[in-house]
Ligand binder design. Structure first.
Ligand SMILES: [Zn+2]
Length: 243
């Protein structure tokens, strides 16, 4: 399988993630690069992130609000000027319902992205159900947004993105060269301060060792993804360019 590199910079891109922080982990550097080259980036976060803590006593209402703040801060770090939308589904209980597909499809019609980025639903042996459902919702919503006989009552013109980039790809075949954008990605990840311990392995009393290990982990992933296309740092995807 040959690996393609660097799509034309989109005018508008839409990233759809299951949880607050998924977008930064999976495509944060790509978004930062495109923004620096003039793209407008929008984000949709499907669930409320209310399971994202190891603390059994955490106030989940607080956590939901906090994670929205973190997502907005991370978006600012990446330079996002478009929408940051929260669809408010319960974390861990996301389902690919027709109602939610419609909601996402109508956002695609309103925002008119050239490129949609989302979870690869075909990624095998993945445990987290939200990522699977998020993947199906994303590609099914692209199809529904594209075809004019869906949702005539919404009175929104059909919109066909030119490409879908699936992250967490089962079969990566496309790399965006993000050399030079690693620091923005890491900074945006660290904006998710409620996730430092559970997701990034950084305890509150860390003397810097754990933060350094996390940084090494993120850089290592960028390097190994980049190797697929012989670039220094990359983010890898499965590209669907016949939408
Ligand atoms: Zn997630």
């Amino acid at each position: 399988m040959s690996t393609s590199t660097n799509l034309p910079v989109p005018k508008v891109a839409l990233a759809i993630g299951a949880h607050p922080d998924d977008i930064e982990f999976q495509c944060g550097a790509t978004l930062a690069k495109w923004i620096s080259q003039g793209a407008v980036v929008h984000q949709v976060v499907l669930t409320d992130g209310s399971k994202g803590s190891w603390d059994p006593d955490v106030d989940t209402e607080w956590l939901i609000t906090e994670r929205q703040v973190e997502q907005r801060n991370a978006a600012i770090t990446l330079g996002v000027t478009g929408e940051v939308l929260f669809l408010g589904q319960v974390d861990g209980e996301l389902r690919d319902t027709l109602e939610l597909r419609r909601e996402i499809a109508l956002w695609i019609r309103r925002l008119k992205p050239d490129i949609v980025l989302g979870h690869d639903p075909w990624h095998r042996y993945r445990l987290h159900p939200d990522h699977r459902h998020a993947g199906w919702l994303t590609i099914d919503a692209v199809v529904a947004a594209r075809d004019p006989h869906f949702y005539p009552e919404a009175e929104l013109a059909a919109h066909r993105p030119s490409a879908i980039l699936l992250f967490e790809a089962e079969e990566p075949d496309h790399v965006e060269d993000v050399t030079g954008y690693a620091e923005l990605k890491i900074a945006a990840l660290l904006d998710h301060r409620s996730q430092l311990r559970s997701t990034m392995g950084i305890d509150p009393d860390d003397d810097g060792t754990q933060a350094a290990a996390f940084r090494t982990r993120v850089l290592g992933k960028l390097t190994s993804d980049g190797r697929l296309a012989r670039v220094a740092e990359g983010e890898a995807y499965h590209l669907i360019d016949r939408v």
